[in-house]
Design a protein around this ligand. Structure first.
Ligand SMILES: *[C@@H]1O[C@H](CO)[C@@H](O)[C@H](O)[C@H]1NC(C)=O
Ligand SMILES: *[C@@H]1O[C@H](CO)[C@@H](O)[C@H](O)[C@H]1NC(C)=O
Ligand SMILES: *[C@@H]1O[C@H](CO)[C@@H](O)[C@H](O)[C@H]1NC(C)=O
Ligand SMILES: *[C@@H]1O[C@H](CO)[C@@H](O)[C@H](O)[C@H]1NC(C)=O
Ligand SMILES: *[C@@H]1O[C@H](CO)[C@@H](O)[C@H](O)[C@H]1NC(C)=O
Length: 196
């Protein structure tokens, strides 16, 4: 059974996600009043690379449009729902290219930084029935050694932190594992999808 789960997890990495949702904004929900209600704005981190930066809390202010790319062909785990890629369309003078979100890891930290980079692959994400952005857990390594470490559920380990991917910005971040972020600037958030 475990082997089958690994096979499934591996096969989905190279899946194509060509069904695309309507565009939406990403809004931060937080107990922190400064952060609560801010939009996530695509911000320049390098050539054709965007971070997800915290924008101003101005109702009606222009914000970045994202889409959710998924596959209608996929079998859905009821504990997870539909998974796919969070995508942003990078537009240049004479091109448009789909840029999915991927997580960039620093082995010295438990804080990973999502970046939007032109690619066909990225980090698989899901939106729950409250439109909250999540990442799926399949194998739970805190249960390693027990008869069944397969524990599918959605995780919401989102923060905004001062990060250093190309520029020093306050960006969305993902904390690895079930501990607290070692980066002292991190503020806990959830990420809400709001269709325009
Ligand atoms: C997302 O879907 C659109 C529409 O099918 C497609 O043009 C785009 O390449 C897809 N992006 C990725 C990263 O698969
Ligand atoms: C996914 O895309 C295919 C091909 O365009 C279409 O036939 C199908 O209805 C779409 N499914 C959903 C759930 O949007
Ligand atoms: C966050 O903002 C929403 C509306 O934008 C509000 O309903 C909610 O009470 C706020 N939460 C906190 C903790 O201030
Ligand atoms: C709220 O967030 C702001 C912006 O990140 C930060 O400067 C401030 O320290 C946070 N407040 C608390 C109580 O964490
Ligand atoms: C890129 O997308 C925009 C908005 O959808 C569109 O107006 C423009 O014509 C596209 N450019 C190219 C080169 O396809």
């Amino acid at each position: 059974m475990i082997a089958g789960v690994f096979a499934l997890a591996t096969s989905t990495v190279s899946a194509q996600y060509l069904n695309q949702s309507a565009p939406f904004a990403l809004i931060l929900i937080s107990d922190n009043d400064t952060v609560n209600g801010s939009a996530l704005i695509a911000c320049h981190e390098g050539a054709a690379i965007e971070g997800l930066c915290i924008g101003a809390v101005v109702v009606g202010a222009p914000t970045t449009a994202y889409t959710f790319n998924y596959s209608a062909a996929e079998t859905v785990d009821p504990a997870i729902g539909v998974t796919g890629l969070l995508t942003y369309e990078l537009s240049g003078g004479n091109f448009n290219v789909s840029s999915p979100m991927e997580l960039v890891y620093n082995p010295a930290s438990n804080v990973a930084v999502p970046l939007l980079t032109p690619s066909e692959n990225g980090q698989e994400v899901a939106f729950d029935d409250q439109n909250m952005l999540a990442i799926a857990q399949y194998i739970d390594d805190t249960l390693a050694g027990s008869p069944n470490p397969y524990n599918p559920k959605l995780l919401y380990r989102w923060y905004v932190c001062t990060t250093y991917e190309g520029y020093t910005y306050q960006t969305l971040a993902w904390v690895l594992g079930n501990g607290t972020p070692q980066n002292p600037t991190c503020v806990k958030v959830d990420v809400l999808r709001v269709f325009s």
